[in-house]
Design a protein around this ligand. Sequence first.
Ligand code: XMP
Length: 179
Amino acid sequence: MIEESINDVLFSEKVIAERIERLVEEMAKDNRCKKIVMIGILRGSFMFFADLVRALYHHGIHPIIEFTTMESYSGTESRGVVKVLKEFTTDITGADVIVVDDILDTGRTLDFAIKHLMERGAASVKTCVLLDKPERRILPLQADYVGFKIDDHFVIGYGLDYDGAYRELPYIARLTPKT
Ligand code: XMP
């Protein structure tokens, strides 16, 4: 078993909460009169998604909530191919969709998700990510709503995992192998 250690905390619980409040103000302004379907990409986005929709409620936005499970990672490496492990069931024909993911890395997951949602009949698809690692981008994609831009570190916590562990941490930290 690989030994690993949690290094620096990049974003504390308080910093994340403050940033989400600003992000939601922006989202609420753009989407006030629309019927929104929000789709969280599991499992990484679960904590971010829950905090987002709670904050949106306080801004008078009441989206339909959906989830889909997609996977492109194994350990700390992107496998390059995105798979839908679990489809959502809501009819999104003609809907304005906001798809939410934990982190935008190579861009493959969101690129795939946008195409998939358009094929399923969405009228528009906006993207929202908590973290953005622009250095790692392979596909030319920018999210509409971004919590924090980060350098190329593997990060854990607040929904993000290393092989299934650390998702429950209420903060985001860097993970580096022990030497
Ligand atoms: P792509 O490359 O498709 O990546 O933009 C998006 C997915 O990759 C995972 N990912 C990470 N997961 N720490 C993680 O726990 C990271 O630093 C990291 N970087 C990418 C994540 O599942 C995301 O949905």
